[in-house]
Design a binder for this molecule. Structure first.
Ligand SMILES: C[S@@+](CC[C@H](N)C(=O)[O-])C[C@H]1O[C@@H](n2cnc3c(N)ncnc32)[C@H](O)[C@@H]1O
Ligand code: SF4
Length: 393
């Protein structure tokens, strides 16, 4: 095996509470009962980080953090004072790179103007606002706690408080949504001029209320029209698609997510968070932490370490699939050298599959890069399956 060159290092921090659970959401989020034990949880997060740094010293070593993503759940339920304590604590443990991106997710219904600015003072450089729709009736159908005016106000505020960037999360393909309604939502989002726009098609996930009581969704033809016409609208307004659902003004891509999709490294702390770390000796380790807040906090209070729920080594034969599963989400061409550096495998291990994919017109290549084609995107499952390790008989 060739030596791995550890890629950029990010940090994901999970905040697992929400005011109430949305009927479409399968994220690790739990409806609040009483107050958030925020001080205790931040203490636990920092100890969780200490335990990762100790355990994976050979990987974390002298590296710096290039991005942090505080996701949820609803991180904006945590006070700015505790977010400041969290970020200071992280920086004391791992140095920040120059110009680090620090994103925090926020629900428009939990944002007050003053708080927003205090998050920026605490070190947050980018806020991701979960708007979902600008139509009151749709927001209610989605079980959202905010109204359409709060979403508009939150976006306006985000322009005025010295953030480097902000994102709006918008969903389409909503229950009983017409093409016009979906495009109207998009127009309203574009009018607010966010530097980044995540435009997700609603999916019905197992273990959600919508899975058991599925609403009427737009049919496939309408969904296709929404995507095609919406994509044109976004391009006309200067937004460039760089990932399946990710659009940004040039230079405003989310660095943290880019690092995931380029098979970068990240530590994951907090309930149910995932991590992926590479070591110069060639190992790649994936981690998950205890999922439920009660169990996670018990690890801290009872000093039952570690917070770790699972840890596994990524076998050589699983690396090509893992690499391309992430990489083919991106629109950009993939440098061949990235494959060698981040998987530690020589190009020869995948050459027959690459040749097959080029023959099928799923991929094109230059001396230095691969590019997934339009056909490759349409037949993505077929393409990815070809990179999967063969099952033992
Ligand atoms: C971790 S969630 C939420 C952030 C924040 N709690 C909120 O809801 O405002 C990130 C985003 O994923 C999207 N999302 C969640 N569930 C989805 C689903 N079933 N289908 C499509 N997008 C979904 C939503 O746009 C959401 O804002
Ligand atoms: S507020 Fe966000 S994380 Fe919480 S349940 Fe709703 S979509 Fe999920």
């Amino acid at each position: 095996m060739s030596k791995l060159i550890p890629p950029a290092l990010g940090l994901y921090i999970h905040i697992p509470w929400c005011v109430q659970k949305c009927p479409y959401c399968d994220f690790n989020s739990h409806a609040l009962k009483g107050d958030i034990p925020e001080e205790l949880y931040i203490d636990a997060l920092l100890e969780d980080l200490d335990s990762d740094i100790g355990k994976y010293a050979d990987s974390v070593g002298e590296r710096v953090l290039t991005s942090i993503f505080i996701g949820g759940g609803t991180p904006s339920l945590i006070s700015p004072q505790q977010i400041a304590r969290l970020l200071n604590g992280v920086e004391q443990r791992i140095p920040f790179s120059e110009g680090i991106e620090i994103t925090m997710e926020a629900n428009p219904g939990t944002i007050e103007a003053e708080r927003f600015a205090q998050y920026v003072e605490a070190g947050v450089t980018r806020i991701s606002i979960g708007v979902q729709s600008f139509e009151q009736q749709k927001l209610e159908r989605l079980g959202r706690i905010h109204g359409k005016d709060e979403a508009v106000n939150a976006a306006k505020l985000a322009h005025s408080i010295g953030l480097n960037s902000f994102n709006l999360d918008l969903m389409h393909g909503l229950p009983e949504q017409s093409i016009e309604q979906a495009l109207d939502d998009l127009d309203k989002a574009i009018e607010l001029a966010p530097p980044h726009l995540s435009w997700y098609q609603l999916t019905i996930e197992p273990n959600t209320l919508f899975y058991y009581k599925t609403p009427t969704l737009p049919d496939d033809d309408d969904l296709w029209d929404i995507f095609e016409r919406g994509h044109e609208k976004l391009n006309a307004a200067g937004y460039v698609q760089y990932e399946i659902s990710g659009y940004s003004k040039p230079g405003y891509q989310c660095q943290h997510n880019l690092n995931y999709w380029r098979f970068g490294d990240y530590l994951g702390i907090g309930c149910g968070s995932h991590g992926k770390l590479s070591f110069t000796d060639g190992r790649i380790v994936r981690t998950t932490k205890t999922k439920h807040p009660r169990g996670y906090l018990a690890s801290y209070q009872n000093m039952v370490k570690p917070y770790l729920d699972t840890e596994h080594l990524v076998a050589d034969e699983d690396r090509p699939f893992e690499f391309f599963m992430n990489r083919f989400r991106l629109i950009e061409a993939c440098p061949k050298q990235d494959f060698v550096d981040t998987t530690g495998l020589p190009l020869s291990t995948i050459q027959p599959t690459i040749d097959w994919a080029i023959e099928k017109s799923y991929l094109s290549e230059t001396q230095t890069h691969w590019q997934i084609t339009h056909k490759g995107k349409l037949f993505l499952n077929d393409l990815l399956e070809a990179f999967m390790a063969e099952e033992d008989e």
